[in-house]
Design a protein around this ligand. Sequence first.
Ligand code: SAH
Ligand code: SF4
Length: 395
Amino acid sequence: MTTLSAPSPLDLSEADRARILAKTARFAPPPAQFADGRRDLVGLSREELAEELAAIGEAKFRAKQVWHWIYHQGTTDFSRMSSIARPTQDKLAERFVIGRPEAAVVQTSTDETRKFLFRFRDGQEAETVYIPDRREDRGAVCISSQVGCTLSCKFCHTGTQNLVRNLGAAEIVGQFMAARDSYGEWPSPKGDTPRLLSTIVLMGMGEPLYNYENVAKAMRIIMDGEGIGLSRRRITLSTSGVVPMMDRCGDELGVNLAISLHAVRDDLRDEIVPLNRKYPIKDLIAACRRYPAASNARRITFEYVMLKGINDSEAEAHELVRLIAGLPAKVNLIPFNPWPGSPYETSTQSAIDKFSRIVMDAGFSSPVREPRGRDILAACGQLRTESRRQRASEA
Ligand code: SAH
Ligand code: SF4
């Protein structure tokens, strides 16, 4: 008779690791190599760029030059890299490409919000939105991290789509660069020069902390001072609460954090943000209290979508204040943005006002997010669904 021994914790973690690797591979972005053998240079770390160039016999300083042209000047054409001699330009163009996603749809709202549907090399699409500040020449670029999402928050249109795949670092940086192309904001403004595209919010399609490696790599490229040079203080990552990855994000990237809270009791949050069953409110708030990049100057944003009769009572506002007491926090109240077939309605103005007043009286800033771009399929994920529907009907 053979005795079956219980799996050791080591076996378990190896099995876990294998499972995670297999899953990651299934949702991986397309390779950086084009069909003609050329390689996309966008999305490589500085070290990787140096390795690629060293492999074709280029000296170390070349990587610094090329990086500057790609990320500071915004050049996509090697023949415009005027500090590089013509034969070297030709050699680079034979082997490499400086890619951009294709803008499949660009819509500008009457309120100047601009929404892009970007199509990547394998035909997959994701949404990016530029939201200008009404008062100043600056604005936020809302970037997607995945095509679809594995999580199924009940009020979210993207949550009705399955996860198709993760976006690669090139595709994440590419959304920002292509949005900049659209506004002609190159070379990258330096120091105090005003920037139209002045902040990034990772609040588009997908859960950024379920695609952490690619998101982190993309943000490091964007933060690099010799290129785009956007400070970590100008980047906000929004998560539905992937607790173990929040610690890593804080330690390694130090960007601002936004939490999609949306409910103050586990029974309700389990239902509308199903990830709560894995990481309940108590654990989520504890992770916020540990978040190293939070301070009074850099508060954690709690996003709270206002759903009529579901989560918008005064009692819930008081409970919210109790939950976040002592945290450097602000609360962003988001009027629910309805989409066809959505199971909820937006809270009444009076419910939103009362809720906001309670939060403000407790000393937290509590802005109500203005609905923007209502005339251009504004709910996240809608543009992609519409584009797929159109393509299906044309096929
Ligand atoms: N997956 C991440 C980031 C993308 S969602 C997250 O969930 O945080 C960005 C924000 O938009 C989240 O707070 C999300 O809950 C909110 N949101 C999604 N659908 C919405 C809708 N229909 N109306 C209002 N807010 C919505
Ligand atoms: Fe995914 Fe965020 Fe939408 Fe939830 S709210 S389904 S986590 S994109």
